[in-house]
Design a protein around this ligand. Sequence first.
Ligand code: ADP
Length: 381
Amino acid sequence: MLKKLRRHLGWKLFLSYLIIIFIGVVVLTTAAELAIPRSFNRHLADMGNMMMGMGGDPGMGMGLESDLFVGFRTAVNEALVIATLAAGVAALILSLFVSRRVVEPIQEMMVASQHIADGHYNERVRIQSSASPEDFDELAQLGVSFNQMASKLERTETMRLQLIADVAHELRTPLSTIKGSVEGLIDGVLPGEPATYQRIYNEADRLQMLVSDLQELSSVEAGAIELHLQPVSVGALFSSLRDRLDRQFEEKGVDLETNVPADLPRVSADEDRIGQVLINLVGNALQYTPPGGNVSVSAVLDSSEVKIVVQDSGIGIPPEHLQLIFARFYRVDKSRSRASGGSGIGLTISSHLVEAHGGRVWAESAGENQGSTFIFTLPAV
Ligand code: ADP
């Protein structure tokens, strides 16, 4: 019984009501004990005096007085007992009702949280309120917050599973190429010549790149990147970009053009991080533009933002892929990008970095072989 009381809010409520009833009864009885005899005696004395005035017998008055007093006291006590019983029943009904309203949703949340802890992330609770969301009481608000927490957990879990599947998939191809080549060498099927070793080296290199990209991705996705924001000149960003990529453009025979208006304000940015974003976008433009094509990088002021535009005359992106290319491991043409060494993480990292600066990044393309344009914004100083 005591255990039941300790573990159930309904019983605790009932007990608290009983305590209130008990206190009420004690106060009422004490007050009645103190007040009734005095007022009764006063009243009867007045009546005795009246009867004596009318020539009655004082002895008869005394007998009647005690009879009346006993009768009155019994009536008061009976009324108290009936009232206490009625209050007890009311307390029981009320505690059942209140505990149903309060305890049921809490119990439901308890069960749901247990399910979530067991890995069933699609669990949600019913919001038991007929009011509109702005008028929800604390319990309904708790239910809403609980459901929000559950959806966030579900999303994170889906992302985690997807990431593991993606990483496993990405690691499998280079690893099986390396393993296959080494097996071929051991069995003497593959000649031990520089081309074979180069192939193994390239795959190992790709694995290494993938691992460092993953490391970078995990820190940008966790928001663990510290930005050292300062006013940065876009002209300086472009010239260090040229220092890094000019040779590769020349080697491939793609023309690189950069263009910054003289009066362009500086941008608030972490120079290294934005340099990394530019190298990713311009590197992609070079990778997906055939020899003889051209890539132009320019900047324009658009109200309080500076827009940086990377435009190429390359293979373009079909419209249905435009949104998806920023998702991790997404490649438009799986085999071609894999062959050229792309991990499909570069744009994901870039978009996180641009968003951490308070900017946006998006892609535009008229379609296949119509070239692509990547645009990102940064706050102007
Ligand atoms: P990757 O390392 O594969 O280049 P990214 O995240 O940088 O990964 O790019 C994702 C995909 O977006 C690429 O695989 C490619 O299909 C597409 N893409 C990116 N930039 C361009 C571009 N300039 N022209 C055409 N396709 C592009």
